[in-house]
Design a protein around this ligand. Structure first.
Ligand SMILES: *Cc1c(COP(=O)(O)O)cnc(C)c1O
Length: 429
């Protein structure tokens, strides 16, 4: 082998892991243990002082869970990472070292519905708040940033409509304001986009989706680029000043580009407890081994299905950025050059009634509130996730009564189209 860095497909299989030092087991064992025996009192003291890296208690670290975090760190090109119990947990864990009562995050209006909910209501209980603005409008982002802003937050490929965020432009604004840009890369996966290369400071994932890939795990990951200078000013005292929650340790610059990661483990996981379990980490590691192959097929199928739908007289419009008709078509070529994901919406002529009939007549597609499965999935947001909203609010959220969202799977694309074809026939008869 040469000194050339390992390719992405190789990292998917090997990064973060080595044959088990105790047994030689080739696959990563599921370390189903809560605690780890210290060699002696001195070893224990060094671990608790963060002078030596090792295992103490599985709420903090576990070898199977660390293998997963390290693998995703390698795929995203980061410095360190933390595996968490869900995507939503990862979002809180990403914000936790940055925020304090009175501080805010400036977030895109085009976020996963659950994130809008988490940011609108739940984080207020911590004294944090979110300001939602249109991230297609750089001036609006700049105008929303104030002296209390501690992060910008957006998604690479936005759920549900598949809009693409101009990460480079957004990162420039974050840089200028000296606040970290957090990118939720769930719907792209590092195969389609590596946000750190576009200037992101932190990347978060719902590992529930494409990383695991088959709808078996609820999990999340935070990846830190290691590039942000937390002690350039006094905005991030948890990282740059003596941290009372860890006997006065100054995480940055003491721990260098691992400051954020160590803070997240030593304090975030310790006190919030949003820890991933080793069994879940094992499933996600298995999933990631085939990430490249799956994502190739996901985008290939999504393009064929979107092309077919756009030609169909029973369909109004299709939002897939792989279509020339999408306003994000050119941006997608820069941000997601291997393909703009497999998540998009389309409108059905006949409105709400036709959409409900479509959903009730699909056979291969599953009617579920999930995405990023090997299986093709469909949901009619207006009658489910966005049911409580007024029609006006539904339209604003991209979930108008005549809109259905699909997550295109990796089945034989002819079967995917045949299923939509027969269900559309019944829906619009
Ligand atoms: C699903 C999802 C989340 C939340 O992840 P969970 O694992 O369900 O907590 C966050 N962001 C996006 C884009 C998602 O699709």
């Amino acid at each position: 082998m040469t000194d050339r860095p390992l390719g992405f497909d190789t990292l998917c299989i090997h990064a973060g892991t080595a044959p088990d030092p105790a047994t030689g087991a080739r696959q990563v064992p599921i370390y189903q243990t809560t605690a780890y025996v210290f060699r002696d009192a001195d070893h224990a003291a060094k671990l608790f002082n963060l002078q030596e890296v090792g295992y103490i208690y599985s709420r903090l670290t576990n070898p199977t869970v660390s293998a997963l975090a390290n693998r995703v760190v390698a795929l995203e090109g980061g410095a360190g990472g933390i595996a968490c119990s869900s995507g939503h947990a990862a979002q809180i864990m990403a914000l936790f070292p940055l925020m304090a009562p009175g501080r805010n995050v400036v977030a895109s209006t085009r976020l996963y519905g659950g994130t809008i909910q988490q940011f609108s209501n739940t984080i207020r209980k911590f004294g944090w708040s979110a300001k939602f603005v249109d991230f297609d409008d750089p001036k609006a982002i700049e105008a929303a940033i104030d002296a209390d802003t501690r992060a910008l937050f957006c998604e690479t490929i936005c759920n549900p409509g598949g809009a693409i965020s101009d990460l480079d432009a957004i990162a420039r604004i974050a840089n200028q304001a000296h606040v970290p840009l957090i990118v939720d890369n769930t719907t792209a996966s590092p195969y389609l986009c590596r946000p750190i290369e576009h200037g992101a400071t932190l990347v978060v994932h719902s590992a529930t989706k494409y990383l695991t890939g088959n709808g078996t795990v609820t999990g999340g990951i935070v990846v830190d680029s290691g590039k942000f200078n937390w002690s350039a000013d006094d905005k991030f005292p948890s990282l740059s000043q003596p941290e009372p929650a860890y006997h006065g340790l100054v995480f940055h610059p003491t721990l260098g580009n691992m400051a954020f990661t160590f803070h997240s483990i030593a304090i975030g996981l310790r006190d919030l407890g949003m820890t991933m379990n080793p069994q879940g980490a094992h499933y996600t590691l298995m999933g990631i081994e085939t990430l490249s192959l799956r994502m190739q097929r996901h985008v290939e199928n999504a393009q064929i299905v979107a092309d077919w739908l756009e030609q169909d007289p029973r369909v109004g419009s299709v939002t897939y950025p792989g279509l020339k008709s999408s306003p994000y078509h050119n941006l997608a070529k820069m941000i997601t050059p291997k393909g703009p994901g497999a998540l998009f919406t389309f409108t059905v002529k006949g409105g709400y009634e036709s959409c409900v009939k479509l959903i009730d007549n699909v056979k291969l597609f599953s009617h579920v509130a999930n995405l990023g499965d090997t299986r093709s999935l469909i949901i009619h947001s207006a009658s489910t996730t966005h049911r409580q909203l007024s029609e006006e609010a539904q339209i604003k959220a991209g979930a108008a009564p005549d809109v259905v969202r699909v997550s295109i799977g990796i089945e034989d694309v002819r079967d995917i189209i045949a299923d939509l074809d027969q269900a559309l026939a019944k829906a619009t008869a």
